[in-house]
Every structure is written in structure tokens, then in C-alpha cells.
Design a protein around this ligand. Structure first.
Ligand SMILES: Cc1cc2nc3c(=O)[nH]c(=O)nc-3n(C[C@H](O)[C@H](O)[C@H](O)COP(=O)(O)O)c2cc1C
Length: 382
């Protein structure tokens, strides 16, 4: 067993390893959420509260956890969600994560705020990927990103719609983690006590949000987002992007069943039920609690993805049972990359795959198609 597998035996263990390695403000930037972090906590608590009704004598000798998603065959119902700023955790972290996803055979979503360009990630990794964008006040910038993603061969465009303004994240404020970074003596000390991280990052001493070119050095990013994020977005914008993008269009960040229904009518190909990992509207419903109504609302017309709080293979199976096609991983893959780069992310994906397989054996499900609502304890259905 590798040292990574031995020490990072679970996602919780990997999180602890990441905490030990990263400067405090970077660990908190990943780990934290908005406001009082109620939604952040609730994502995990709501998953933990769901119980299975396993069958012991159903015979699940050979198990298949592969799924089809928008023309891609995934070996396991997990993919890597879009996360900006990863390049602050490990040199070229997004490229490392995309390579791990390609090796595993799953989809990687490139964030608008990656520190490697959409183009470089696409050209250096073979498996299908999705490109994530926001709607900016300057819609031309959104269109430019979509055109670049199309030219680079992305298999899908993911429009995130729950980031209309910059969030208020208390841990970041307390740590002085803002863009531009404000260096305090305490902040500098947090970096100085993590020599391993400092040594690694000498390769990329000042990662920037390269998709924005000259527009967003690390310091200019916050002001640019403040200027460009747009709380006045609507379905006309989704229709507009639909007209621009040839291929699967995925809406990320929906929680209301009416909006799920509307997405079907607007030519969207998939939705991600998400509260941005509890990083935007604190008090928003836990993703897993919203999932059943969202699945019912789309009436099987499109795949429904979900993210937020998934830390175990059993969590993924609970989402599958409630009708999700697959689960997107946010923080788990960031902890993996922070601990061990590409190997760390591959380890995270493999850990989920192995935990899902073991749970399928224990629950008597040899195929994900058999993991439906009746795989859950009855009170869940009332
Ligand atoms: C550090 C960090 C950066 C993120 N950046 C983005 C982003 O650029 N675009 C986006 O759509 N979502 C972003 N997200 C949200 C994730 O895609 C995802 O919705 C969330 O992390 C899922 O919850 P989990 O972390 O509990 O798995 C980010 C999340 C984190 C933790």
C-alpha cells in the first residue's frame, strides 16, 4: 500500500493532511463557506441522516458502477467539479487534476478561474471535459470564453448561475484572504510555517487567473469580479448562450424545482443541483435535500447532477438512489491535489470508486440502476 493510500485512507484523513500542509488562509479558503456556514454543515449532515435499506441475499457478485453522461461513459458516477484558485495549493493544480481525471476516465470541469488556460488543459489531457463560465455584465466576455472552449474541443459548457455577486466568507475576511491579497505579519507567518508548500510553490510563485489574460492578475481579480458579476441574470441569458454553444449545455447552481422545469424548456441538457458547496447563499437548502424534487421536476428529460458535501462512496450512492446521474466533487479533489498533486486527485477518485463498490456489495446492488428510492429506508419516501 502506498504511503498516500495509508495516510489518506479516507477523504476526512486527506483533509487533515491538507490542513497540515497548507498555510492556514489557503486551507480555510477551500474549507470555508459563506456566513455562518450553516449550508456548508447542512450539506454533510443531511447526507449522513439518510439511511439505506440494504438487501443481504440479493447476490451482487459482480458490480457495475459505470454511468453514461451526455455522451461520455464514466467508470464511476463521480466527476471533478469546477474550482478556481486551485493553483494556489499545488503548482499547476488544475492540470494535475485534469490529468488524474483523464487517467481515471472521468470528466474534469475547468473553472473560469483556473490558473492554467482552458486551452492548455484541453490540449494536454485526453478525456472529455466541461468548461465552466459565468454570465458577466459584459456578455461579450462570456461569449469569448464559450467560443474559446468550443475551439479547444470541450465536450460541454457549464454555466454557473449561483455566483451573481462575490460571497461573504467570514474565514477569508478574518484571515485577510482577499483579492488583492493584503499582507499582514500574521498572514506572512502562516506561509512561513509551511516550508513544504513554499518549496513546492517556488515553481509557480505567482499564479494568476490566466483565462482573463492581462485583465486579472491575482491582485486585479477581486475588483474585476466585483465589476463583472451580474445579479441581473435571467432565462433570456440562458437562451442566448444556448444559441451560441453547440453541444451539451449544463446549468450549475439550481435549487428550485420551478427552475429545473424551466431549464428543460430552455434547451439545457443537464442541471447540477448545487449550493456552491455552501459558499454562496448561507441558509440555502442542502443539495441532497433539494435533489428529489429537482429530479421529479425534470421528469427524466435530462440527467441531474448534484454536488455539496459528498465525502464517502455511500454518500454518492444516496444521491444515485434519489435520482442523480452522477456527483461532482469539489473540496475532496482539492484536498487530494494539495497533498499529492495528480496522484492525490487520482487517489480521491479511486477511493470513491472502491467505497462505492464495497457499498454496492453490502447493499445487494450489482448495478446502479438497482439503486433507486427503494434502496433507502422507508421514512425517506414519505
Ligand atoms: C476553492 C473553491 C473554488 C470554487 N470555484 C468554483 C468556480 O470557479 N466555479 C464554480 O462553478 N464553482 C466553484 N466552486 C464550487 C464547486 O464547483 C462545488 O459546487 C462545491 O465545491 C461542491 O461542494 P463540495 O466542496 O462540498 O464538494 C468552488 C469551490 C471551492 C471549494
Amino acid at each position: 500500500m502506498s504511503l498516500l493510500a495509508q495516510r489518506g485512507y479516507s477523504i476526512a484523513a486527506l483533509r487533515r493532511l491538507a490542513k497540515a500542509q497548507l498555510p492556514r488562509m489557503l486551507f480555510d479558503m477551500v474549507d470555508g463557506g459563506a456566513g455562518d456556514e450553516n449550508t456548508l454543515r447542512r450539506n454533510e449532515a443531511a447526507l449522513a441522516a439518510i439511511e439505506f435499506a440494504p438487501k443481504m441475499l440479493a447476490g451482487a457478485g459482480r458490480r457495475d458502477q459505470s454511468v453514461e453522461l451526455l455522451g461520455c461513459k464514466l467508470p464511476s458516477p463521480v466527476l471533478i467539479g469546477p474550482t478556481g484558485l486551485a493553483g494556489l495549493l499545488w503548482p499547476h493544480a488544475e492540470l494535475a487534476a485534469a490529468r488524474a481525471a483523464a487517467r481515471f476516465g472521468t470528466v474534469y470541469c475547468t473553472s473560469h478561474a483556473s490558473t492554467t488556460t482552458y486551452e492548455q488543459i484541453a490540449s494536454e489531457t485526453p478525456a472529455p471535459k466541461f468548461a465552466q463560465v459565468f454570465l458577466y455584465k459584459d456578455r461579450g466576455l462570456t461569449a469569448e470564453f464559450a467560443r474559446r472552449a468550443q475551439a479547444a474541443g470541450y465536450a460541454g459548457l457549464m454555466l454557473t448561475v449561483d455566483n451573481q455577486v462575490m460571497a461573504g466568507r467570514d474565514r477569508d475576511i478574518a484571515n485577510g484572504m482577499s483579492f488583492p491579497l493584503r499582507w499582514s505579519a500574521r498572514g506572512a507567518l502562516q506561509f512561513a510555517v509551511k516550508p513544504g508548500w513554499l518549496w513546492r510553490m517556488r515553481e509557480t510563485p505567482s499564479p494568476t487567473f490566466v483565462n482573463y489574460g492581462e485583465r486579472a492578475s491575482l491582485g486585479a481579480f477581486g475588483p474585476l469580479m466585483n465589476e463583472q458579476l451580474d445579479p441581473d441574470i435571467g432565462w433570456r441569458d440562458v437562451e442566448w448562450l444556448r444559441g451560441l454553444w453547440r453541444g451539451p449545455l449544463i446549468l450549475k447552481g439550481l435549487l428550485h424545482p420551478q427552475e429545473a422545469r424551466r431549464a428543460c424548456e430552455t434547451g439545457v441538457d443537464a442541471i447540477v443541483v448545487s449550493n456552491h458547496g455552501g459558499r454562496q447563499l448561507d441558509g440555502a437548502v442542502a443539495s441532497i435535500d433539494a435533489l428529489p424534487a429537482m429530479v421529479d421536476a425534470v421528469e427524466g428529460k435530462m440527467p441531474v447532477l448534484v454536488d455539496g458535501g459528498f465525502r464517502r462512496g455511500v454518500d454518492v450512492l444516496k444521491a444515485i438512489a434519489l435520482g442523480a446521474r452522477a456527483v461532482m466533487l469539489g473540496r475532496p479533489h482539492l484536498w487530494g491535489v494539495a497533498v499529492s498533486g495528480e496522484e492525490g486527485v487520482f487517489h480521491v477518485l479511486d477511493l470513491f470508486r472502491r467505497e462505492i463498490d464495497r457499498a454496492m456489495a453490502l447493499g445487494g446492488w450489482d448495478d446502479l440502476a438497482k439503486v433507486g428510492r427503494d434502496a433507502l429506508w422507508r421514512k425517506r419516501l414519505d
